[in-house]
Design a protein around this ligand. Structure first.
Ligand code: PLP
Length: 355
């Protein structure tokens, strides 16, 4: 198993035992899901099934809608303010890395008072008592896992009675989540649950039906509530459904969380026991289980060699995001523990050779 890049990993989980013929002939229908009308009985059963399985995985309460939409998580940076606010209101944003910063910048476009309630240093989350939450914020938006920096909330932030909105694009279905704590959760599929092209939105029903007049129809949660107002990303939804099957078969999200924790621990412990050859810039309390950034602080010139040597062994895409440098191992749901162990062994050898 190879360490792979940032995206499009989920399909690896389908593995060799998957019946690939099914992709061209769904359920004996003679059709691939790619060929079906989205209003056909067959596709209706696929999307209903996908939703039911996701509800089961996350124990989603009945008063939440689940939508499979397009436009990626980025479209939700706009859809959230357009659905939940009218002009002039205050929204709070916790900024802990690149994605929550982008979400805050997008919200600025909609005539809101955007209050950055806390601003991290890309390595930690500011102490809770330093946050400047507004008393009248319509919602508090944050990013549960900052993909680029590797900063992850291990428990949902405490925002009192305020309405919590979460971007879970890069750790969705990687762990158990108490959905009832949130007003809205959104997540692009492509890290942990399927191919790009679909973003899952889970929204409490009382927040629907309040979109602004100017909200594009494809972003209006009330109109889109059945995910079938226009043609949905049928194929991507089907692939997500297969991933939900896989996750359920493997023991659900509790089991997945334990495995993901174990995987991350393997890498962080190599870093921590390397006599300072490697360093993980992120504070231990918010180290991501999905994206593990690390550097070679005393010999940064070796980082290029590290990436090149690892690639020769089939471990590619380890270069850190261009905005932060260093290395980053993205170890989403689809990365088996053996892949992580391979990387750990290589890291140890590399450190021994160059120390
Ligand atoms: N939010 C997070 C945490 C992400 O990791 C990403 C993409 O990597 C996005 C938002 C943007 O997602 P998309 O490319 O689906 O618009």
């Amino acid at each position: 198993p190879h360490i792979r890049g940032d995206s499009q990993q989920a399909l690896l989980l389908l593995g060799p035992e998957f019946d690939w013929a099914e992709l061209l002939n769904w359920n004996g229908s003679g059709m691939s899901v790619m060929e079906m009308s989205h209003r056909s009985k067959a596709f209706m059963s696929i999307i209903t099934d996908a939703e039911q399985k996701l509800r089961q995985l996350l124990s989603i309460p009945d008063n939440y809608k689940v939508m499979f939409l397009q436009g990626g998580a980025t479209a939700q940076f706009s859809a959230v303010p357009l659905n939940l606010t009218s002009h002039g209101e205050t929204v709070d944003q916790l900024v802990t890395g690149s994605w929550s910063k982008k979400a805050a910048q997008e919200a600025e476009k909609y005539g809101l008072k955007v209050n950055v309630a806390c601003k991290g240093d890309n390595k930690s989350v500011p102490a809770r008592d330093s946050w400047k939450l507004s008393s009248d914020a319509t919602y508090v938006h944050y990013c549960d896992n900052e993909t680029i920096q590797g900063v992850e909330f291990h428990t949902a932030p405490d925002v009192g009675d305020a309405l919590l909105v979460a971007d879970m694009s890069s750790n969705f279905c990687s762990k158990k989540v108490d959905v009832s704590k949130f007003g809205l959760i959104y997540a692009g599929a492509q890290k942990n649950i399927g191919p790009a092209g679909v973003v899952v939105v889970i929204v409490r029903e009382d927040l629907m039906g309040k979109a602004r007049d100017i909200c594009p129809v494809t972003m209006d949660y009330e109109t889109m509530k059945d995910s079938l107002y226009n043609t949905p990303p049928c194929w991507s939804i089907y692939m997500c459904s297969l991933m939900f099957d896989f996750l359920l078969e493997q023991g659900g999200l509790e089991a997945r969380e334990q495995l993901n924790q174990k995987k991350a621990d393997i890498l962080y412990s190599i870093v921590d026991s390397s006599n300072d050859f490697y360093a993980a810039p992120v504070h231990e309390s918010v180290r991501s289980r999905m994206n593990v950034p690390f550097i070679i602080p005393s010999k940064p010139e070796l980082e290029k060699e590290f990436v090149a040597e690892a690639a020769k062994l089939g471990m590619t895409e380890l270069k850190g995001h261009r905005s932060v440098g260093g290395m980053r191992a993205s170890i989403y749901n689809s990365m088996p523990i053996e892949g992580v162990e391979n990387l750990a062994a290589f890291m140890k050898d590399f450190a021994d050779k160059h120390s």
